[in-house]
Each structure stands twice: as C-alpha cells, then as structure tokens.
Design a protein around this ligand. Structure first.
Ligand SMILES: Nc1ncnc2c1ncn2[C@@H]1O[C@H](COP(=O)(O)OP(=O)(O)OP(=O)(O)O)[C@@H](O)[C@H]1O
Length: 801
C-alpha cells in the first residue's frame, strides 16, 4: 500500500522548485550523493561479512601497509563500524537508501517536496528498528547497533522490559497510523475484501469443477452462485454510504464489487499535511532590470533636481501672542456654569453633573442631565440659554456623539488666536505620515487637527464674507508648503478676487501648475478657468492611462513603482506630483460660467482622487444653485465658517450650527459624519509673504508645471469652416436679427426665427466663422462685430466676390 502511495505521488506532476543551484551543479552534486550512497551500501553489506577480520584495522586507518577485507577497504570498514556497530545496526541501510533518493532528486531536478518527509520517516524507522533489534535480538549487536543496545539499557532502567515493549508497540502503531494510514475500518475492509476474493476464488474453482460435471448439476451450481450474490450486494449497500471514494466495477456475473479507492484517499490524506509547494516567483525581466538599476543608481529621487531645496523654517511664522497659551478665567467659568444651571432649572431640568473643556475660542460645558430629562427639551432651549448667558454663538450638541452627554459651547470672552506657528510646530503635524497633511487649527479640546487632503479627497469651504475663508485657504497652502517638496505637490490657483492668492506668484516655478500659453500661473480670468479645468480633466485622463499601463490603482502605488525604477520613462512614465486645485470664489464662477464649470469640476471630483488631483473650493454663498447636488455629493469633507442663515448652514454641512459660530476663524469641520468645532489657525498676509519669499528666493525649476493644452470651443470656433455653400438657408436672416438687436445669442435666433436649439447653435457658429459675432463668452451673450445693416450687407457682398 505504501509503495502504491509513493508511486502515485511520484506520478503526480508538480512544479519544480528552484534550489538556487545551476542545472550542471545539481547534476554534479546529485551524482556525488548517489555514488556515496552506493559506496555506503557496499560498505555496509560487506561489513557484515568482514567485520571480524577488519576489526583490528580500525585504528590503522592511516597505515597504507594494512589492507582491509571490506569491499571498500578501510573506508568501508570504518564507516560500517561507525553506522552498523557503533550506530544503529541493520537499520543503517536506510541511510544509503535515503541518500540515493536525495541524489536522484538532485540529478534529475525532481521536485524536492516529500524528501524531507522521507528523511524524517527514515530516521524514525532507523530508531525504531534499532531499539526493536536491541530489544529482541540483543545477542546480535550488529542488528541493533550500539545505539539500540544503549537505548534499551537506558529505557529499561526506567520503565523495565515491559515498558520498553509497550513503547515499541506504540512506535509501531504510530508508524502504521501516521505513515500507512491504518484505521480499524481500513483493516476491517481489507479483511472483508480478502474474504470476498477468497469466496470468489472458491466459487470460480467450483465453477470449473462443475463445468466438468453433468448438465443437470450445472443448474444447481448457478443457483448456488445466485445465492451467493446477495452477500456481495450487501457489501455494496454497506459501502454505498461512502460514495465519493467508490469505484464500481460491474462484474460479468452482474454482481457488483465495490472497491474503495484507497489510493486516492492517500493522495490527500486527512492526517498527512498537504504539501504546499512554495513557488519562487519567476522574476520578470523588467523587475530584474529595475533591481539592477536600483542597485546601480539607487531609487529614483524626484527631489533630485532641487536637491538643495530648503523647507521654510518655523521662524517665518509669527507667534501672534499665543505663546502664553490659553488663559483660564475662573470667574467666567463659574459665572457661565451658574447661568447654565439656573436657566435649565427655570425649565425644571436638573443637572446631575457638569464639566468644562476650555478651547481657544469656546468653552464646552458638558452636562449630564437628571434621569428622565428629554434631550429635545434642552435642545429647544438653545435661544434661552444664549439669552441668559448674553452671548452670541452658543451651540448645543445634544447628545455629544459617543459620549452620552449634552454639550453647550459657549464662546470665551477673550478668545485666543491659534497661530499657524503653533499648529505647524505641533508633534501631530510634524510626525504626520500623510500624503498631503493639513493642519487646520485646534479643536475645542485644544488638540491640533491634522487631516490628510489625499483622504478627504476634496474640500468644500463656505462662509460669509470676512469670517476667515481666505485665512483658511492660506492655512491649507502653508501646511502643504511646510511639508512637501516642490517635486511632490503642485497648486493650480484660481482667484477671481485677484488679490487673495497673488502672493503665491513668487513660488510659481516651484509649486504652481499652469496652462502652456498663459502668462500668469494664478488664474484670475473666469474664461481661463474653464480651460484650466478641462485641461485638468485631460491630465486626469492621461494619468489614468499611465496608471493603467503601470497596472496600479492609485498615484501612491504608481510613484512607488516609478521610484523603484520599474516604469520606463521612455514609455511616457514620470513621477506624478499631487495637484491641488484651489478655487477661492466658486459662486462667482458658477454665476458666470454655469454648467461649463460644473461639469469638469464634477468629473474631477468624481474621478480624480486616485490620480492625485484634489479640489479645494471656497465660496461665500453656499446656496443650492452654487453648491449643486452633484458637487455636494462629491465633496464629503466640508468646512463651514460662520454663515448668515440656518439654510446656508444646512446647505454646506447638512446640519445647522454654522450660523451660530462667532466668526474670525471659528469653523465647523466634517468629513462625512461628525461635525467638529475648530478654531482655524491664523496666518497673516505678511507671514505668507515671508514664506513664499523664502521659497521663491531658492533655485527653481525652469518653469511652472505645464498642464496639457486644451482647445476650448471658443478658440476652436475659428476653425469652423467659413464655407458659404454650407451655410444654413436662414443664415442671412439670422445675421440680420443679430445685427439689428446687437445681441449675439442663439436663443434670440431661436425665438425670432422659430428654430430649434441645435440649428440656432449651428447658425451662431457660422456667424462666428463669418466674423459677424465674437467668441463664446460663457453665459454672456456674444459680442456683435458688425455695427449695422449696411456693414452687414457690405461684408456679405464682399464674401461673394
Ligand atoms: N483663524 C483666524 N483667527 C483669527 N482671526 C481671523 C482668523 N481668520 C480670519 N480672521 C480675521 O478675519 C478677517 C477676515 O478673514 P478673511 O479675509 O479670511 O475672510 P474671508 O472669509 O476670506 O472674507 P472674504 O470672503 O470677504 O474674502 C481677517 O483679516 C482676520 O482679522
């Protein structure tokens, strides 16, 4: 049975495992081992015949005059003595067998698995036989060897003869069960099979006998066979209970014999561990090349071009008088506490416990109301509490998520400024292992809030004018400037207000990205914003192509692969910096360009996270026509500075509270679930100027990062064929309508000539090509280039000539 198993195993095709040796070396080593095994075998065999004669020569190994009788002379005599006499006796023969198998495996580069198991079992056998021979045949020391004898001696000292016998029996059972898979059922089945075979043999023998007998006797024999048949069927029904392993053989006499396919059972034995072959992954050629390149040149360093770039130092930021930290006004605390308790008492709400956490601008009073008090009751008292505390900006959080208490945020009389310096210097920011870390400010419990823009993945910021949006944007940009090398991140800045972000012009060649044909990197013109957004969409598509070619899922993996030199720059691969698009006044953009801005923004917001383009959009007017559903859905991270109405607060946060803020950087931050109150870090214009000046004075790239070129419909308008024969038959009528009204709009043509939108659009394009109306200007009507009917006639007549 065991043999069958081994055969089966050998027959199973298995992948070869690399030994780390070349083919030739394997053949050499394999043959040496096999020959050594043969030498051992001959030495051992010969030892049994010559050991007595060679005994005296064992100490004369170096003496060349002495010759041993062993087939392998003194070597054979010595090694035989070592293994058979001093070692394990006759079971030592297993050693050359195992060695031969190992040599064979190497020689033919056969799969190595199973070999270790063979060695382990071989050694178990050697030990068991050695002890068994030592026990049963102690008179013949060459059968059990010295080890067998000594082990017997040793064991008998402790467990006696019977103990050793029991141990040997256990060893035998162990071998039978673990190696040969003996189970009582197996044994029973084996005997049953034997019995069936014998009875069949017996029957067939009878058949032969009966064949020679007379005819009338024949029938009785058939009956007898038939009688026997049910016994066999019984066997079948019994074994039917284990169907998957059964192999049915329909015998000639129509009786069934069922053989259990034990071999199969042994291929994946239940107790034997499955041999899981560890396949050393074949290295791709490209990987080898990459490894070689990395060995030769080290990993690709994107910062190499500006290797001497110095990050801005903390002293460029001001303290803003915050080095003293938050001052606690004990009186104010007591006073507020008493007022809260009293107000609630007036409404018959008892307080079991009250606790205060002092933040930079507000103090959070956490109260645990008496049992049975309805939370909604406290929430409804918001205005009353505000009135009794005579303070603006009271916010009630009922209950505080995850705490089971009710929070009342009361503004401090003397709020302290959270300086950008303090948040940048915080360990939380300094140790932040993030892709794009941003230190927003400090939470109510005075912890620095550091978040990863890459995870947000886009940020929507809203707040009424003068509440701290621009400062917030500067805080975001400053955080990134303090943490990122110019090679790692690029900004696309859109500033319709024209004054807020101009300071960043100084770092154009370090940190900014722009359209190829534009002079200024900071975009202030709304028409250009559309081009830039579409260009970013092209960049996004290009990056997706690169990611696809590199077979990675996001920019992080892509850059890791690129740094490891696994992506060939000749195939268009390059290190991809993160791109952060900042739009300072989004409402203005939407008002002037509408869908044209919304569509690329929505596309970017939906798709750009994986390829490292992140959007930060700020707006004064968080109304639903500015922050449309599609934009909102793609900006889970939102910041609300103080807004003027509850509706605005709902629009931006999907919750109220932003209308209760106190302004000056007091903000609410949410990344989808909880709303956190944060005091935004304050960074003043002179500080930003110092930082950008410091960076700007350093060696820079030759130019800002160039975004892909985008030819918008306004520019491409000129490419429309000014083909007179292709013109619409109503072209002249439309031209007259436009010139008379001096208004270049498609809807005017639609109305006056009762045309569909598409036809009117086509005519407008033709009018543009003819030079009658100007370029497309977003939601504004086109300029009419022909002043009156006379000029129009002249223009069209000239065309005909
Ligand atoms: N985090 C802050 N800490 C302290 N003061 C602040 C903070 N943020 C803003 N301020 C104060 O509020 C003023 C207005 O801030 P900011 O210019 O950022 O407002 P804004 O929301 O951008 O206004 P607008 O929309 O009109 O540009 C600042 O000059 C500053 O005095």
């Amino acid at each position: 049975m065991a043999k069958q198993t081994t055969k089966k195993k050998a027959a199973t095709p298995k992948k070869k495992r690399s030994l780390g040796l070349s083919k030739q070396n394997k053949i050499l080593l394999g043959s040496v081992i096999m020959l050594f095994a043969i030498a051992l075998f001959f030495s051992f065999t010969s030892f049994y015949f010559t050991w007595q004669e060679d005994q005296s020569l064992l100490s004369e190994f170096a003496n060349r005059n002495e010759q041993a009788k062993n087939l392998l002379n003194k070597f054979g005599a010595s090694i035989g003595h070592l293994f058979l006499y001093k070692g394990f006796g006759v079971s030592s023969f297993i050693v050359p067998v195992l060695l031969f198998l190992s040599g064979l495996t190497l020689f033919f580069s056969l799969p190595k698995n199973g070999l270790i198991k063979k060695w382990i079992w071989g050694l178990i056998f050697i030990l068991w036989f050695s002890v068994a021979f030592g026990f049963f045949a102690s008179r013949w020391p060459l059968l059990g060897g010295l080890v067998g004898y000594e082990m017997n001696d040793f064991l008998q000292d402790y467990v006696g003869k019977i103990g050793v016998l029991l141990l040997l029996i256990f060893g035998l059972i162990f071998i039978l069960v673990r190696l040969f898979k003996f189970t009582p059922e197996n044994v029973l089945h084996y005997f049953k099979q034997k019995k069936t075979a014998i009875s069949e043999e017996f029957n067939s023998a009878n058949d032969i006998k009966e064949d020679t007998a007379e005819e009338d006797k024949k029938s009785s024999v058939t009956e007898k066979v038939k009688e026997e048949a049910p016994v066999v069927v019984e066997t079948y029904t019994h074994k039917e209970k284990i169907p998957p392993l059964e192999k049915e053989v329909i015998k000639e006499d129509n009786s069934f014999e069922v053989t259990v396919a034990k071999e199969e059972e042994e291929i994946i034995p239940d107790s034997l561990d499955i041999q899981v072959e560890k396949i050393t992954e074949e290295k791709e050629e490209i990987d080898n090349l990459a490894d070689k390149l990395v060995d030769d040149f080290g990993e690709f360093d994107p910062t190499l071009e500006l290797a001497n770039y110095k990050f801005p130092h903390i002293d460029l930021l001001d303290q803003h008088g915050t080095n003293t930290g938050i001052t606690i006004n004990q009186e104010e605390l007591e006073e507020n506490k008493n007022k809260i308790v009293e107000t609630l008492k007036n409404y018959k709400i008892g307080i079991a416990q009250i606790k205060a956490t002092i933040g930079p601008t507000v103090t959070l009073y956490e109260i645990v109301p008496d049992a049975g008090v309805r939370i909604s009751k406290i929430k409804n008292l918001e205005d009353d509490i505000a009135l009794s505390l005579a303070a603006l900006g009271i916010r009630i959080i009922a209950p505080i998520p995850g705490k089971g208490t009710i929070g009342i945020e009361v503004p401090n009389k003397n709020p302290s400024i959270v300086s950008m310096r303090s948040v940048i210097a915080s360990t939380r920011f300094q140790k932040a292992e993030m892709e794009l870390p941003i230190a927003f400010g400090k939470t109510i419990s005075n912890e620095t809030l550091v978040v990863d823009l890459a995870k947000m993945p886009h940020l929507l910021m809203a707040g009424a004018t003068g509440q701290g949006k621009s400062v917030g944007l500067n805080a975001v940009l400053t955080s990134l400037l303090y943490k990122k090398h110019p090679a790692e991140v690029k900004f696309v800045l859109v500033d319709p207000k024209k004054v807020e972000l101009t300071l960043f012009n100084k770092i154009e060649r370090h940190f900014l990205a722009k359209l190829p044909d534009s002079e200024d990197a900071i975009i202030t013109d709304n028409a250009k914003v559309i081009n830039t957004l579409n260009s970013l969409c092209i960049e996004m598509d290009n990056r997706y192509e690169l990611l696809k070619a590199a077979m990675v899922r996001n920019i992080k993996e892509y850059n890791v692969k690129f740094k490891a030199r696994k992506l060939n720059p000749n195939d268009g691969h390059m290190f991809l910096p993160y791109i952060v698009l900042v739009i300072d006044e989004f409402a203005d953009l939407i008002m002037t360009a509408g869908k044209e801005v919304e569509t690329p923004i929505a596309r970017l917001a939906q798709l750009a996270r994986a390829i490292g383009i992140h959007l930060i959009i700020a707006t004064q007017r968080p109304s639903v026509n500015v922050i449309t559903g599609i934009i909102k859905a793609n900006f889970p991270a939102r910041i609300a500075f103080r807004v003027t109405s509850k509706i605005d607060s709902r629009t931006i946060l999907d919750a109220q509270g932003a209308d209760q803020l106190i302004g000056r950087g007091d903000m609410l931050y949410t990344q989808g679930n909880d709303v956190i109150r944060v005091q935004c870090a304050f960074v003043d214009t002179p500080e930003v100027e110092k930082i950008t000046g410091y960076i700007g004075s350093q060696r820079a790239y030759a130019e800002a990062l160039l975004l892909p070129e985008y030819v918008g419909p306004d520019e491409s308008g000129t490419s429309i064929d000014n083909n007179i024969s292709d013109r619409d038959i109503l072209f002249r009528d439309a031209a007259e309508v436009i010139v008379i009204a001096q208004q270049g709009s498609a809807s005017l043509i639609q109305r006056k000539l009762k045309l569909g939108y598409n036809r009117a659009g086509r005519i407008i394009d033709q009018l543009e090509a003819a030079g009658i109306v100007g370029h497309f200007e977003g939601s504004k009507a086109r300029q009419v280039l022909v002043p009156d009917m006379m000029a129009l006639d002249q223009l069209l007549d000239n065309e005909k000539k």
